[in-house]
Design a protein around this ligand. Structure first.
Ligand SMILES: [Zn+2]
Ligand SMILES: [Zn+2]
Length: 139
């Protein structure tokens, strides 16, 4: 059985591990594994940005990004930056509705870190963050 080196993971594998291209029937330069991994990664990225865009429109009337920019991507209460937030919570800084979801205008939106955001909005959205983080938010 012939072997071929995958140009992605640089491993030498049997030819049957290389999917055939649909256009010319030749073995592709990436092995099946690398194909699978790359496809999974792209799908995940696509879903994430899609979810964020839909979330923005549903919950913030499309003003989320504008509010973040106005507040310099920092928590308006404790001044935590988006980078610190990402390191600490594994997600970007949040945007809060000051008077609840009555309106999505910029005047009703403020940038808050998860701690300052507290459980105000978060508790209403179970899937928002994992439980442990929720517990840390209670003070
Ligand atoms: Zn490979
Ligand atoms: Zn804060």
């Amino acid at each position: 059985m012939r072997k071929k080196v995958c140009t992605k993971c640089k491993e030498s594998k049997y030819l049957r591990n290389f999917p055939r291209r649909s256009d010319n029937g030749k073995h592709s330069s990436w092995c099946k594994n690398c194909f699978k991994k790359t496809i999974a990664k792209t799908n995940k990225r696509r879903t994430l940005s899609y979810t964020r865009a839909v979330e923005d429109r549903m919950f913030f009337g499309g003003n989320r990004a504008l509010a973040l920019e106005r507040d310099n991507y920092r928590c308006v209460k404790c001044n935590m930056s988006n980078e610190e937030h990402l390191l600490r919570w594994g997600r970007t800084i949040t945007v809060d509705h000051i008077r609840g979801r009555v309106d999505d205008s910029l005047a009703n939106l403020q940038t808050l870190c998860l701690l300052c955001h507290g459980h105000k909005d978060i508790l209403r959205r179970k899937d928002f963050i994992i439980k442990e983080e929720l517990n840390l938010c209670r003070y």
